[in-house]
Design a protein around this ligand. Sequence first.
Ligand code: AP5
Ligand code: MG
Ligand code: ZN
Length: 207
Amino acid sequence: MKIILLGAPGSGKGTMAQKLTSDLKIPQISTGDIFRKNLKEETPLGLQVKDIMARGELVPDEITIEIVKNRLAEADCANGYILDGFPRSIVQAEALDKFQQIDCAINLDVDKEAIVKRLSGRRFCPDCNGTFHISSLTDAAVCPACGGKLVIRADDSEETVRERLHVYDVNTFPLIEYYTKQGKVLTVDGNGSIDEVYNRILAVLNK
Ligand code: AP5
Ligand code: MG
Ligand code: ZN
């Protein structure tokens, strides 16, 4: 199954992708994680995207498309994958249509207040890409999955979150209509607990 996860920053794309990956045994392709890994390792790509990400803007389409195209051509994607954070613009969606046939786009629909609450308490593990919320951590500094040191993402500052939400409204929200025209959108209520949302996703995928 080739699945796109659509949704605003903080809607739970990464959280749901991690659960789907372990249940469906297909890889999670997160462009955000790929960029953060390059940032951490200070690769040329990492240096190129550093300021763009810190401002909450989109990395240029041609760079992002090339990375995803190459990643989806790898052997582990042959039976499907979960795209988390790509596509994020009409240009990216049109490019994807040229090299892959996706099955569905799950639109995680979450209230703005919940998004702000989720992002302001998020903790991220750079070692295993695990994403957590302080409300469910016994120790806000230690990754419960791998023991790594949890950090606050650089782009979770109030100002950058505001810009990311704006960029979402302008560039990414139109993708809901784009995939609706293809008959591929499955909208899921993303409010509620992680398990509640995940069960709703499984229910629409099983239909
Ligand atoms: P990216 O890393 O993709 O960030 P994003 O889209 O802003 O989304 P987030 O990762 O912030 O949120 P999420 O939906 O994954 O939510 P999460 O599961 O973490 O992109 C970062 C940057 O990289 C971009 O700004 C851009 O610069 C660049 N970039 C990436 N892709 C690009 C592309 N295609 N083109 C151009 N540039 C690109 O959940 C959030 C929090 O809520 C967590 O703490 C989690 O534990 C908690 N939570 C989740 N679900 C629930 C729930 N149901 N109940 C309670 N808490 C929950
Ligand atoms: Mg994410
Ligand atoms: Zn970890």
